[in-house]
Design a protein around this ligand. Structure first.
Ligand SMILES: Nc1nc2c(ncn2[C@@H]2O[C@H](COP(=O)(O)OP(=O)(O)OP(=O)(O)O)[C@@H](O)[C@H]2O)c(=O)[nH]1
Ligand SMILES: [Zn+2]
Length: 372
């Protein structure tokens, strides 16, 4: 790139995988595999025991048999950084290993046997898309926030279809409403139709790998197409061809954005639920946790205990009762799920991602001038 050639004569060309999120830390983690002659690559799609991996040689197809253990949390997934066989060594090529994940999105796979499944790995930004065309459901936003925090990614709430709320004062109230349930999270009104807010969203997305979360009709596909630089005509044409208008994400689930950054859009993420997100739940309701720290009893249940700071805040109107109800509901739901889930698997997930998530959030806090 222009900058690179100005500042450093040795790096005339940047690594071809930089647009897919490659950085010095990944390079360091990959060094032992590079020494074995393996190629680095980012998994852009997984299906039927094979995956597509973007490598410096371009897109290669590789078998995942060596990295497919019985534990579904350890199966290679979209967003992983993989070590694959170089060209000419065996046919098919194999994925030999994948690098430790920085973050991961998981969900429970079945209602009977609650098992975790990884949906996307190494996501930096969880973009929660909420339509302004319908009434805001703050409880639902809180669920998505919990899920996002639990993954280790930094959440961002996008209020989509902002063109439907032409009154700027009304719009600012809606943004404020969402901000009250999303401490530590940026809330951004965006319209794919007028382009409002897109610059800011693009700038955030350029800083890493993003996923779009949200219910059906929230505007995720439209936003994805906008970020990918596909205009409405192209999308319409595609919609006519496959009846879905989702051509961009049917072949690859991970795409480099023209304005920088990477977008992951896997089908599974579209219906994602809450999975063992207890730490994430606490993060969403951090103001309640803060209050609880001042309760007289450390194990206060905020019911009828004397000296309870939480019920006091509800009584004096500083904490909406809805927030506490919502908090309890999510915790209960979460405990039900957690009870059904194999403890070892949960432990595994905690160990690997929690630390990273906390480090990431601490770094974000420092960057944004928030200190706790
Ligand atoms: N007015 C307005 N409508 C929008 C905007 N963005 C999307 N829409 C409309 O909202 C509807 C749903 O948008 P999609 O992008 O398909 O929503 P989605 O979240 O991808 O939905 P699923 O694919 O079902 O998950 C479509 O009819 C879009 O045309 C916007 O910025 N303004
Ligand atoms: Zn209390």
């Amino acid at each position: 790139m222009f900058h690179a050639s100005l500042h450093s004569s040795s790096s005339a060309a940047q690594h071809p995988l930089v647009v897919y999120g490659w950085d010095d830390d990944w390079a360091a983690a990959f060094a032992p595999y590079a020494a074995q002659g393996l190629l680095p690559g980012r998994v852009v799609r997984v299906d039927r025991g094979q995956c597509d991996v973007m490598t410096p040689e371009g897109l290669v197809r590789a078998d995942t048999a060596f990295v497919t253990p019985h534990d579904p949390m350890r199966v290679v997934c979209t967003g992983d950084w993989a070590a694959v066989d170089p060209d000419g060594i065996g046919d098919p090529r194999y994925v030999r290993a994948y690098l430790p994940r920085r973050t991961a999105f998981a969900r429970s796979t079945s209602s009977k046997r609650s098992e975790g499944q990884i949906l996307a790995a190494n996501v930096d930004h969880a973009i929660i898309v909420v339509s302004l065309a319908v009434e805001l459901d703050l409880g639902r936003i809180e669920r998505f926030l919990a899920l996002a925090w639990e993954s280790g990614a930094q959440p961002l709430v996008v209020l989509s279809k902002a063109d439907l709320v032409p009154d700027p004062v009304g719009l600012s109230y809606l943004v404020e409403d969402v901000e009250t349930v999303a401490p530590g999270v940026q809330v951004l009104a965006v319209s794919s139709h007028t382009g409002d807010g897109l610059d800011t969203l693009q700038a955030v997305a350029a800083g890493g790998t993003a996923v779009l979360l949200g219910v059906s009709g929230a505007g995720k596909s439209t936003l994805a197409n906008t970020l990918l630089g596909l205009d409405a005509m192209e999308v319409q044409a595609t919609r006519d061809a496959d009846g879905k208008g989702r051509h961009t994400t049917t072949t690859r689930n991970l795409l480099a954005l023209p304005a920088g950054g990477v977008l992951i859009d896997t089908p599974g993420l579209r219906g994602v639920g809450l999975w063992d997100a207890e730490a994430g739940v606490g993060q969403v309701f951090s103001e309640i946790d803060d209050l609880a720290a001042s309760c007289r009893f450390p194990d206060c249940a905020h019911e009828a205990e004397p000296g309870c700071a939480v019920t006091a805040a509800i009584a004096d109107g500083t904490l909406p009762e809805r927030r506490l109800d919502s908090y309890r509901k999510l915790l209960r739901e979460n405990q039900r799920l957690a009870a059904k889930t194999d403890a070892r698997m949960r432990h595994e997930m905690r160990k690997v991602y929690k630390q990273r998530g906390m480090e990431g959030r601490a770094a974000m806090d420092i960057k944004q001038g928030r200190f706790r």
